[in-house]
Design a protein around this ligand. Structure first.
Ligand code: F6P
Length: 513
């Protein structure tokens, strides 16, 4: 049965038609003195304020009933238990095991995988520590794309202490040679470590960059490929064929966009050290435990995921804007784009049937306050309503206190302006208000809180995907472009256009060399 066929979905639709569509945040606060307390909550390492969302207790109760009807708990438990919930690829989904303790009390059905995880983690972390201590390595270049780039890059930017000694970290993802070409002149072959990160070790962008990096290394007189290239992959054989003997593995039950916690985290471990990486894992694990055990009504990932459903399917909001008020989180929107849109950008359900409702919102954003001077105009006065998710940090890691007060004041002002609006002025100066936002507040941006924040996002995406009944863990939608690009690359070399559609043929003729 699809979600929209359930009585619970239909009850939500009636509730939306009767009250939800006309819900007014200002009235909701005026009539309920406890609203902030009721719609905010602590979760591990994250304080969440949901009070400025277009929900009330009856709405949440109906959403919880929908979650029950869709078997959210059973779906969640199946994931944690390692059942093959990624049905289209016949795989388990066990990124939570990557941050779980080494031993648990009682029988452990996942003992084998758990032992593999910890053996690899220990090896990866001691390698990271060796690299950090190796004064001869001044630069580490991560070559990877998608999940093999976005997670480590986002986290290194968030957590690396620029004052700390250690190698410089660089990230090359794009097949566009401008990236690698701009970086190589800054490097010395004998002091650079290249990390080739690819779950499959078949991704054309990564292999092209890795080949060019190796060619450059050899051309610079580099000799010891074994010392200067390391691979992070599930495909150890392909890495060996490339000539990389030093490999840290992971497993097909780790999705690319869920792989930060695996060997793919090596650049982050080099940047922040083994202890920092363990803290990231512990923060994520604390959020896993919250998701696994908290009652649905006080379960933050569940509440956020259900809110996403409410907005996407009943209010019809097409996108969500994420606004991190910490420049260290400047790649968070890009990271979350892959997490949300590659996971839930699906139009068929688990059985392959078209779904009769909308799925993934478009996710986009920029750090505050920059976004305020770019697109917030539309958020405040545009014709579409876009829920905003603010991420704030109580304590900065710099010593410019005036800046941070101003930053936090801006965050609060934006959330306030979205909600309260400005109704005493007309025309161009009128702000309708009643525009929803969520505020996720961390005490400080450190490995533990970042781990918790990311795990929270993973599980909220899981929640909406589970309600929709789609497979959040495959990504067939990226395959067609890859196949076509290979064909077009050949044609650009030969000028051959037979069988092409007219637009592509015209371009091949223009660009063929
Ligand atoms: O673009 C699809 C995708 O498979 C992502 O899911 C993945 O994160 C990325 O490509 C990189 O894949 P790999 O790590 O196998 O190189």
């Amino acid at each position: 049965m699809q979600a929209q066929e359930t009585l619970e979905w239909q009850a939500l639709q009636r509730h939306f038609d009767d009250q939800g569509a006309a819900f007014d945040l200002r009235e909701a606060f005026a009539s309920d003195a406890q609203r902030f307390a009721e719609f905010s909550q602590e979760a591990p390492h994250v304080f969440a304020d949901l009070s400025r969302n277009l929900i009330d207790a009856p709405t949440e109760a109906l959403l919880m009933a929908l979650a029950q009807a869709r078997g959210l708990k059973a779906q969640r438990d199946a994931m944690f238990a390692g059942q093959p919930i990624n049905a289209t690829e016949g795989r388990a989904v066990l990124h939570t095991l990557l941050r779980a303790p080494e031993r648990i009390d009682g029988p452990d059905p996942l003992a084998h995988q758990r032992a593999q995880v910890h053996a690899t983690l220990q090896a990866m972390l001691s390698f990271a520590e060796r690299v950090r201590a190796d004064r001869a390595i001044t630069d580490v270049v991560n070559i990877g794309i998608g999940g093999s780039d976005l997670g480590p890059q986002m986290a290194v930017l968030a957590l690396q202490d620029p004052a700390q000694a250690g190698p410089r970290l660089h990230f090359v993802s794009n097949v566009d040679g401008h990236e690698l070409a701009a970086l190589l002149p800054q490097l010395q072959a004998n002091s650079t470590l290249f990390v080739v990160a690819s779950k499959t070790f078949t991704t054309i962008e990564t292999l092209t960059n890795a080949h060019s990096a190796r060619d450059w290394f050899l051309a610079q007189g580099g000799r010891d490929v074994a010392r200067h290239f390391v691979a992070l992959t599930t495909n150890v054989a392909a890495a060996a064929e490339f000539g990389i003997s030093n490999t840290f593995g992971f497993w097909d039950w780790v999705g690319g966009r869920y792989s930060l916690w695996s060997a793919i985290g090596l650049p982050l471990a080099i940047a922040i050290g083994a202890q920092g990486f363990q803290a990231l894992l512990s923060g994520a694990h604390a959020m896993d435990e919250h998701f696994r055990t908290a009652p649905l009504a006080r379960n933050l990932p569940v509440r956020l995921g259900l809110l996403d459903v409410w907005y996407r399917n009943f209010h019809g909001f097409a996108s969500r804007s994420v606004a991190p008020y910490h420049s260290g989180l400047r790649r968070l929107p890009a990271y979350l784009q892959q997490l949300e849109m590659e996971s839930n950008g699906k139009r068929v359900d688990m059985q392959g049937q078209h779904v009769a409702f909308q799925t993934s919102p478009v996710l986009w954003g920029e750090p505050g306050t920059n976004g305020q001077h770019a697109f917030f105009q539309m958020l405040h006065q545009g014709t579409q309503v876009t829920p905003v998710e603010f991420v704030g940090v109580v304590e900065p890691s710099h010593r410019l206190p005036g800046h941070h007060r101003l930053l936090l004041a801006n965050l609060l002002a934006q959330a306030q302006a979205l909600m309260v609006g400005r109704t005493d002025a007309g025309g161009h100066r009128h702000f309708p208000g009643n525009r929803p936002s969520t505020l996720l507040m961390l005490q400080r941006l450190d490995p533990t809180s970042l781990g918790a924040l990311i795990a929270l996002q993973e599980h909220r995406v899981f929640t909406s995907g589970a309600i929709w009944g789609i497979n959040s863990f495959d990504q067939w939608g990226v395959e067609l472009g890859k196949v076509l690009a290979r064909d077009i690359e050949q044609r650009l070399a030969t000028g051959q256009v037979d069988g092409l559609d007219p637009a592509t043929a015209a371009w091949v003729q223009r660009l063929a060399s």
